[in-house]
Design a protein around this ligand. Sequence first.
Ligand SMILES: *Cc1c(COP(=O)(O)O)cnc(C)c1O
Length: 452
Amino acid sequence: MTSETKILLSESEMPRNWYNLVPDLPSPPPPVLHPGTLQPVGPDDLAPLFPMALIEQEVTTERYVPIPEEVLDVYRLWRPSPLYRAHRLEKALGTPAKIYYKYEGVSPAGSHKPNTAVPQAFYNAAAGIRRLTTETGAGQWGTALAFAGAQYGLDVEIWQVRASYDQKPYRKIMIETFGGIIHPSPSNLTDAGRKILAEHPDSPGSLGIAISEAVEVAAQHADTNYALGSVLNHVLLHQTIIGEEALLQLAKVGDKPDVIVGCTGGGSNFGGLAFPFLREKLAGTMNPTIRAVEPASCPSLTKGVYAYDFGDTAGMTPLMKMHTLGHDFIPDPIHAGGLRYHGMSPLISHVYELGLMEAVAKTQKECFEAGVTFARTEGIIPAPEPTHALAACIEEALRCKETGEEKVILTALCGHGHLDLPAYGRFLAGDMVDHELSTAAVEAAIAGLPRV
Ligand SMILES: *Cc1c(COP(=O)(O)O)cnc(C)c1O
């Protein structure tokens, strides 16, 4: 008898804490610095943008943070999410490996983003905030925050990277259906946007520019805060619900992962899946290889430098030590919009520097090939971002076929691709090009890093 296909948890088995990796690391990540004084930022520096509850989570040294009841209530709309065993993919590949994927596409936004959008909206509403601003790339984060805002009665205003705004009109409609307001970025609504448009009227935008616009508006209004969908510690903290559930689910079938792969844009779905397993690895209960997969067009971990840099293009955020391609780097408009970010989560960057994980880069045609193979076997059309993880999964499974190893491979299928079908159309028509950032382009990009 084949083992189960869907490994499910009941609602009562849903974890009630998020996990903070920091106290379990051999050293803490370097502090975030104020760009003017170059001193570590304090809570007061962040208070114009974030509620105190999230600022505390950003710097907490507690190992576990309880998930509020009001957040668990909303999580129950789609959590616990299923863990699937990819029997059909394994068979098609002819691999002795076992492939598991944690499917986050069952959420209201169709991705993992609501795992943090919901608590962020909750803590802001509890602090008396009326409006949230944010950026969005492919539109996943904007959709998630618009949904979360509707749950707690907050207005949500979103700047979407121009390239995605034009390529993916259905995300805009979804955001508006949830009650959000959306602008293409760069826009003429902010100083940051107007400055870019004056120099590049046809700018395709970038996440860094859209962040500058959203931060500018939040900083100018007392009733308005800013919400970030990735990169920061509190975002990765909220996403650990993914890995905590997956740990329980794998335990039900008696498996431990040998390899964990995930796609990295800012690092939140990857960290969310991997950190609870990294806790186990550091405690010696299992020993998985943990591998990040990034696009070859935006290779912050594999080709960027580990340095202090701004989180946004205009240089309005604090300085974070991270793997970066430079804050004014604008990646080629690949279809995986969520992976077009110049930097990497400081916590992931630190874990990478400590040698606790590895990273690879992939070009988009190989990834879409993997996405199509996955769709034809498992029946789910993946978002372009997790096709990067699937390409690495398939690579690992085929390696196992050569060696005969029965490795257990775990990945996060962090979103479905139902609103990314035009990208599949391009791929199927043979109309997709690969983008790979050359070493010379990397050197040019990082030349403008701030001197710290
Ligand atoms: C936003 C997004 C990403 C990239 O963000 P991470 O913080 O790296 O997870 C990847 N996949 C999907 C489906 C997304 O929505």
